[in-house]
Design a protein. Structure first.
Length: 88
């Protein structure tokens, strides 16, 4: 199976850059985002009810919010952040 392309929104890019202060969290989230290119719907992900077409992947206390476009084979990361803040 060919992988999907990854795209980070500006917001997600900034939020990921802020995570660099915590090297362990940054590395785990970065690796989880890279894994989305191979499997955009892993078992650890959930379809968000309040946001049509969006999914969330749990990585410890952090969440990756993203969309999947199967026709274009593209995963777009919309947001990355702590679980208490990311859905706002």
């Amino acid at each position: 199976m060919n992988g999907y392309r990854l795209r980070l929104s500006r917001r997600a890019f900034r939020e990921l850059a802020r995570l660099r202060r915590s090297v362990i969290a940054y590395n785990r989230v970065r690796d989880a985002i890279a894994e989305l290119a191979e499997d955009p719907r892993p078992r650890q992900s959930k379809q968000l009810r309040a946001r049509t077409g969006q999914r969330s992947r749990r990585v410890g206390d952090y969440r990756i919010v993203y969309t999947v476009d199967d026709d274009a084979r593209l995963v777009t990361v919309i947001g990355v952040g702590h679980r208490k803040d990311v859905y706002r």
